[in-house]
Design a protein around this ligand. Structure first.
Ligand SMILES: Cc1cc2nc3c(=O)[nH]c(=O)nc-3n(C[C@H](O)[C@H](O)[C@H](O)COP(=O)(O)OP(=O)(O)OC[C@H]3O[C@@H](n4cnc5c(N)ncnc54)[C@H](O)[C@@H]3O)c2cc1C
Length: 426
């Protein structure tokens, strides 16, 4: 049966059966198998199998509170594949950007809103792992997040400072014992009201990004409150507003002292943006797969609708664009993996260029997935907009992608600045 069934069935039994997670995964794999390195294809299939079994075992309808699934997903190693996680006693294989792309494909085809929420936990892990310095509480946070025992959120955006994130209003004040008191408000944090661990940015002087610090916060501490913000397009994902009132952060949880926060914020941004690109690409494939299967089976005027040029040609166009985005994303993922393997870190020059590349891909993939999903739904007629499949989730979620992780206009701004800098080299 299909992965999602609404109260009233609108799609024929046979088509609904073909829209199953298993068949959709199969379609994706046929598209990727000829150019994907076998170790990644094997990992992709392994991850897909896990989610297919999970869906079957628990009779998932995709109306559930997916946060409850986190422990089992974590136990099986599907929260993040960006690192090997040796620091916490794990030894993930394969790991890196390409492996993360595959993980995202598998989890997104299963449940797009879950994929996005899990992505926020994965992004929370990166700075804690990078700045763990062997401190117990930091390693414990990484372990609990990666193994799915706990949920994470990253707190940058504020009610008065969105795109202009560097000029923060949330303050931190150092105490005699080296701890900090944090005061202020954040907004639009993915997972916020569900999170157990947060990474919080604050400044010692309002509006001065050079005084920014970075903290690890246990959300059960006094002084942390989170209220859920209603984002109707993603009804199962928690996005929240947090208030910090004399939130005391002990010295062990200071990941970056005042002055280091800003560079800590930017150091992970490229890979974070590229994970969003992977999510966007997976969402486009997910919708396209639904539409291809549907158009091959649905008959009108006695013929499969795919055979009408009005359906088949635009579908082929969406397919070509999605494949292009996939190939360029894969190429960047592979370049990153090669550099990491060779140097253990990303060389400075490469990382600088990667900033523009990440913006270009984020800009294009966000626009593309919104269009691909909308057009795929449109080509499916009523079946594309009812709640019998994941198309409805995809329609909602892809409308957010141009905003989170830096808006479309901010990406344009980054690219324009790069064009100016390039011109200076001429
Ligand atoms: C679903 C979702 C999840 C999110 N998750 C997180 C999270 O986990 N953690 C977190 O910290 N934040 C998160 N965010 C916040 C997100 O990063 C911000 O919404 C985003 O950066 C934009 O900030 P803003 O909403 O305040 O809009 P504003 O910055 O107020 O922008 C409003 C409009 O003005 C435009 N604009 C602003 N400045 C410029 C400029 N210089 N040039 C041209 N146009 C400009 C913007 O592009 C936009 O169109 C999330 C947001 C959403 C919607």
């Amino acid at each position: 049966m299909s992965s999602k069934k609404g109260k009233v069935q609108c799609i024929d039994d046979e088509i609904l059966e073909k829209l199953s997670l298993k068949t959709r995964n199969k379609f994706l794999n046929y598209n990727l198998m000829s150019f994907l390195d076998s170790k990644y294809l094997i990992f992709l299939k392994q991850a897909q199998k896990f989610f297919e079994n999970f869906e079957k075992t628990y009779k998932i309808t995709h109306n559930e509170d997916f946060y409850e699934w986190t422990p089992e997903i974590g136990k099986n190693g599907y929260i993040s594949r960006l690192h090997k996680f040796e620091d916490i006693g794990l030894n993930y294989e394969p790991y890196g950007m390409t492996a993360e792309f595959m993980r995202i494909f598998a989890i997104d085809f299963f449940d797009p809103q879950l994929a996005m929420a899990t992505g926020a936990t994965a992004i929370t892990v990166n700075p804690i792992l990078l700045h763990n310095e062997g401190v117990d509480i930091r390693l414990r946070a990484v372990k609990e997040l990666i193994t799915g025992q706990k949920i994470g959120c990253i707190c940058i955006t504020e009610p008065e400072r969105g795109s202009d994130a560097v000029h923060m209003q949330t303050t931190c004040e150092e105490q005699e014992d080296g701890s900090f008191l944090v005061n202020g408000e954040k907004i639009f944090q993915t997972n916020g009201s569900k999170a157990d661990w947060g990474v919080v940015y604050a400044v010692t002087e309002k509006n001065n990004g050079n005084t920014m610090a970075q903290f690890l916060v246990d959300t059960s501490w006094d002084g942390w409150t989170a209220e859920r913000v209603n984002i109707p397009w993603t009804p199962r994902m928690h996005v929240s507003k947090e208030t910090f009132k004399n939130l005391k952060v002990p010295l062990d949880c200071v990941l970056g002292k005042p002055g280091d926060g800003r560079s800590h914020l930017f150091e992970g941004l490229n890979l974070e943006r590229l994970t969003i690109v992977c999510l966007n690409t997976a969402q486009a494939w997910n919708a396209l797969t639904h539409a291809v299967i549907y158009a091959n089976m649905r008959k009108q005027f006695n013929m499969e609708i795919l055979k009408y040029q009005g359906v088949g040609f635009p579908l082929a166009d969406l397919w070509a664009q999605t494949m292009n985005m996939t190939l360029s994303t894969l190429n960047v993922c592979q370049m990153i993996d090669e550099k990491m393997k060779k140097f253990g870190t990303l060389p400075k020059d490469f990382n600088l260029t990667l900033g523009t590349t990440a913006s270009q891909l984020k800009y294009l993939s966000a626009k593309l997935c919104e269009r691909v999903v909308y057009e795929s739904a449109n080509l499916m007629g009523g079946a594309g907009v009812c709640d019998n499949t994941l198309m409805h989730d995809l329609l909602g979620i892809t409308r957010l992608q141009e905003i989170g992780g830096g808006t479309r206009q901010v990406q344009s701004h980054i690219m324009t600045t790069a064009l100016k800098q390039l011109f200076k080299l001429l």
